[in-house]
Every structure is written in C-alpha cells, then in structure tokens.
Design a binder for this molecule. Structure first.
Ligand code: UT7
Length: 331
C-alpha cells in the first residue's frame, strides 16, 4: 500500500510589535490608502527584540504545536526550515531550531526558495515520509523579513512582516494527505527580486552597505505580472489534473504577497472568496511563513477529507502548488 505524508499538526507564531500603515507614513513618503488599495496590507508584525532571530520565531510556532500533540521533541527525526533570513549564513537555522527545542535525535537543513520556501519544504519533507525513511518530519517556514528590509525604500518596506508557521508530517496508509504537487523555478527572475549582496557574488563590503545592497530589491511591477499569471496557472493546473471542480475544493491557501494576486488566483480557479484564506491585512508578506500561518489560523475550520490547494509565487523566481486531502478534524 502506498504511504502518503499527512499534515497532522500546525503551529504559528507572530511577534507582538505591530508596524501599521500610519507608522510607515511617518517613515517614508506613503499613505494608508495607497498601501491598502495596492496591496491589501493594513499592518504587520515585527520582531524588534535585540538578540532574537528567525529561529526564535520558528520555536514560537513549534513548541506549542508539539505540546498540544503530546510529542516530545526527541521524537522528531528531521527538521526542514524554509527561510531566506536564516540566523546566520551558516550553520543552517534548522540546526539552531533543533538545539533550541531539544530535538536531540533530528537532522535538518534549510531551504531557500523565498516565498515558495514552505511549499517546497513540504514537498521535500513528504518524500522522506513516502519513502519510509522517516515518520516524524517537522517543516517550518520562518522569516524575520525586517532584518533585510530597507525602511527608507517605500517600494518594499510597506510589504513585509515577520512570522513563522510549522506543520508536522506523518505517514498514513489512507488515501489522504499530500496528494499531488507542482514545483517550478526560473532563475532569470533574479533580476527583479533579489538580495544583491552578502553572498559569494557580492560579499559584504563598505560599498555594499553604503549602497543598501543587503536589503530586498524588487521591481514590483514585473514581479506582479509574473506572480499573477504563474500562481493562477499552477493552481488551475493542479485542479485540472486531479479532476477537481471549484465546488470540490474546500479551501484555497494562497501566498500572501498582494490581495490583487490572491483575487486573480481565486478568480481563475472559480473559487468563491469565502473559501480563500486571507491574513495579508494583519501580517503583510511574511515570505515563507504565509501559508502555514493561514493553516494555523484556519485549523479549527478544517475537516477530514477537505480538498485544499496551497499555491505560491516567490523571488528567484519560484512557484508551485500542492493538493492536500485533509486528514483530521480539529474539533
Ligand atoms: O512575495 C514574492 C513575490 N512578490 C510579489 O508578488 C509582489 C508583486 N508586486 C506587487 O505586489 C506590486 O507591484 C507592489 C505592491 C509592490 C507595487 O504596486 P504597483 O501597483 O505595481 O505599483 P508601482 O510599483 O507600479 O507604482 C505605482 C506608483 C508609482 O508612482 P508613479 O511612477 O506612477 O508616479 C510609485 O512610485 O506608486 C508609487 N509608489 C508608492 N506610492 C505610495 C510605490 N510605492 C509606493 C508607496 N506609497 N509605498
């Protein structure tokens, strides 16, 4: 019998400090109306405690989930952390998380696929379950975007927030769990959404710092055009090849980069807005945390057997979709 990977637990965490549109009005030449109309964002959360990093966001999501499920951290076999804002260039943030939560028997690594990081990490993690290699895989999407956001650049600083979400993957012999996946990359996208300095192409120097090359650079209009098409395409494609009609789908979980992209995706799929998970107004774009933060917030409404589509588009470019048949009732 085929082993599938099922999501059996969800956790989420956002820091308590709020950065509102009106706060940003005092920092750059912008206004609340423009931000709401063009993005759908009203406020975002910022991790502003010195000495706290992406791993702390991740731990904030993971520990309550493990406690709720009665799982000892020593039972975790693999930790995959999706992030573009790791605590360090190396070692991997997964290692730091393992140490902080006491996952003494786990191995782990990071995945850097920007806003598609969590989705790619779930695909990767599911393979370790399907192959029989592991029985408890922790997948976390965590980003402290405030660490790489230039708060003098109005094109980007209004977009991002900090947060983390995680899921536990376990095997099931039932016909449920991760049913199908589509994953894509196109490296030519690097010209339009990139953190230019800090890597081996442009190591840190006075010049890179003076020119603010360690922050997110985005050509919004170009990225928007790609995102709106690719995210809708891939969401429609996974519906079609699994013979799912809009009525068959209980929930669409889209990456939260821009309300207009979310609406276009739902429209292409013919899905009513009431079935779309949306939290962009509260958290902005938390990069690899958007999808699990949605699942976390909606967990109580999910029912065994629900057909759920996750879809994303991110820097680099990266994009993809997953079809999940939900495997438990939460209440
Ligand atoms: O998550 C990973 C993938 N990322 C995305 O999917 C993001 C995709 N891109 C977007 O969401 C949108 O392109 C943005 C929200 C980033 C920008 O929206 P836009 O509708 O594409 O605006 P724009 O960049 O074309 O700018 C329109 C105008 C410009 O002024 P002019 O040239 O028309 O006079 C900008 O200078 O709005 C101006 N503008 C602003 N005005 C007030 C740009 N940023 C701001 C701002 N406040 N913060």
């Amino acid at each position: 019998m085929k082993i599938r990977a099922a999501i059996t637990g969800i956790g989420g965490y956002v820091p308590s400090s709020v950065l509102s549109n009106s706060d940003l009005e005092k920092m750059v030449d912008t206004n609340d109306e423009w931000i709401r109309n063009r993005t759908g964002i009203v406020e975002r959360r910022i991790l502003d405690i010195p000495g706290k990093a992406t791993s702390d966001l991740a731990v904030g999501a993971i520990l309550p989930m493990l406690t709720q499920k009665g799982i000892d951290p020593s039972e975790i076999e693999l930790i995959i952390c999706a992030t573009v804002t790791g605590d360090y260039i190396f070692p991997a943030t997964a290692n730091i998380i393992a140490e902080k939560i006491g996952a003494v028997n786990a191995w782990g690594y990071d995945i850097g696929a920007a806003c598609s990081g969590f989705l790619f990490a779930v695909v990767t993690g599911s393979k370790f379950i399907e192959s029989g290699a592991h029985k408890k895989v922790l997948v976390v999407g965590a980003d402290k975007m405030s660490a790489i956001t230039d708060y003098t650049d109005r094109n980007t600083c209004i977009l991002f927030g900090d947060g983390a979400g995680c899921v536990l993957l376990e095997p099931t012999n039932d016909d449920e769990g991760i049913m199908d996946t589509i994953t894509r990359v196109d490296g030519s996208g690097k010209d339009f959404l990139i953190q230019k300095a800090g890597g081996s192409m442009l190591p840190p120097s006075h010049e890179t710092i003076d020119n603010r090359l360690h922050s997110v650079y985005q050509e919004g209009k170009t990225v928007f055009k790609f995102a709106v098409t690719k995210m809708a395409d891939v969401s429609f494609e996974i519906m079609e090849r699994n013979k799912l009609s809009a009525d068959d789908i209980a929930w669409l979980v889209p990456h939260q980069a821009n309300m207009r992209i979310i609406n276009a995706t739902a429209e292409r799929m013919g899905i009513d807005k009431s079935k779309v998970m949306i939290n962009i107004h509260k958290y902005g774009n938390t990069t690899s945390a958007t999808l699990p933060l949605c699942l976390w917030e909606w967990e109580n409404q999910l029912k065994k057997g629900d057909n759920i589509i996750l879809s994303c588009f991110g820097g680099g470019f990266t994009w993809g979709s997953i079809y999940i048949k939900w495997s438990y009732d939460s209440n």
